[in-house]
Design a protein around this ligand. Structure first.
Ligand SMILES: CC(C)(COP(=O)(O)OP(=O)(O)OC[C@H]1O[C@@H](n2cnc3c(N)ncnc32)[C@H](O)[C@@H]1OP(=O)(O)O)[C@@H](O)C(=O)NCCC(=O)NCCS
Length: 296
């Protein structure tokens, strides 16, 4: 078995592994991972060819993420997953990253603990498959007027100005700047909402609605729970009744109550974990929805 740098030729295989695992990522998400970290995404090969993949995403050298760890079912149980993960950690250490983070499934928790990862906070995937009768009209009518909204594909010029306005606010919440990730996600987003609409006012919140292979996805979404309500209502409305996923920190009880009132159900838990001193924790209380378990 050998591990090498991923290339664009591997993206079809990587996308197939996601489908097998039932994950929500798309080929465009894979293109993004590779574009963000061209030498930090990896493919494992055994005698039969490509067998597994994993990614890293750095935010300067303070914080980095590792994710998208997937091994083909035919090649599991032979140490490939562990080797890929160790390869990612080694690559990040060579870049002098202080704190490595990941969002673990419960099955992965003990493995990560053995490697020294510590729990930062729990979160969960929430899912809405069916729109409860009467709910859609209700959210349409309430608290939506204070947001500014954008369909990025129809208005690429507005994307940069939104990015300029939300970057500093987002950095407060996330802990480090993730401008390159936000720029890429925003440009490809189906819909974006933020507030207040006035360009000269302090940003108070924003959220994105993005396509997935199985379901639309709400996130990242950053705001205080009270001001975030109108952002979330806009995103849910924009989804027009299509299935939705939303990854919400467990501590956001007010947001979870909103999700439940909009018809979301808890699907599965994750655990945000970190290795190395958590030097840029940000303000989790402002994170109403993460961007992606693979990159934070
Ligand atoms: C998890 C996964 C990557 C492990 O790959 P693998 O090549 O079989 O891993 P290894 O052979 O190195 O694993 C050895 C052990 O650690 C476990 N393991 C390794 N990495 C793991 C991880 N990231 N999450 C959960 N379990 C993991 C394996 O299940 C196995 O456990 P066992 O010996 O008790 O059966 C693979 O099962 C997979 O692709 N699963 C679907 C996607 C997924 O859940 N990814 C992890 C998200 S956190």
């Amino acid at each position: 078995m050998r591990i090498r740098t991923m290339t664009t030729a591997d993206l079809g295989f990587a996308d197939t592994l996601c489908s097998i695992a039932g994950w929500n990522h798309t080929l465009d998400d894979w293109r993004r991972f590779l574009a963000l970290e061209p030498t930090g995404c990896f493919t494992a090969e055994n005698a039969g060819g490509a067998a597994g993949v994993a990614t890293t995403t750095t935010y300067g050298n303070k914080v980095a993420w590792t994710g998208m760890l997937l091994v083909h079912p035919n090649a599991r149980g032979q140490g490939i997953g562990t080797a890929l993960l160790n390869h990612c950690l080694e690559w990040l250490r060579h870049r002098n990253v202080t704190c490595i983070k990941l969002d673990a499934t419960p099955e992965g928790q003990s493995l990560y603990e053995k490697l020294g990862f510590r729990t930062e906070w729990p979160l969960a995937r929430w899912e809405r498959t069916v729109v409860p009768a009467g709910l859609h009209a209700e959210s349409a009518a309430s608290e939506t007027e204070s947001c500014e909204c954008l369909q990025p594909a129809r208005n690429p010029d507005a994307v940069r100005s939104m990015l300029d306005r939300i970057e500093e606010f987002d950095t407060k919440a996330f802990g480090v700047s993730r401008r390159k990730v936000l720029a890429s996600m925003l440009a490809a987003a189906e819909f974006a909402a933020w507030l207040p609409p006035r360009a000269d006012a302090e940003p108070q919140g924003y959220g994105l609605l993005r396509r997935g292979s199985r379901s639309y996805y709400i996130g990242p979404a950053v705001a205080s729970p009270s001001t975030g309500r109108s952002v979330i209502n806009q995103l849910v409305r924009a989804a027009s009744g299509r299935p939705l996923y939303w990854d919400i920190p467990d501590a956001q009880t007010e947001v979870i109550a909103l999700a439940e009132s909009l018809g979301f159900r808890r699907q599965r838990p994750y655990l945000r974990m970190h290795l190395g001193e958590n030097i840029a924790p940000g303000r989790p209380s402002l994170q109403l929805g993460i961007a992606d378990p693979a990159i934070g």
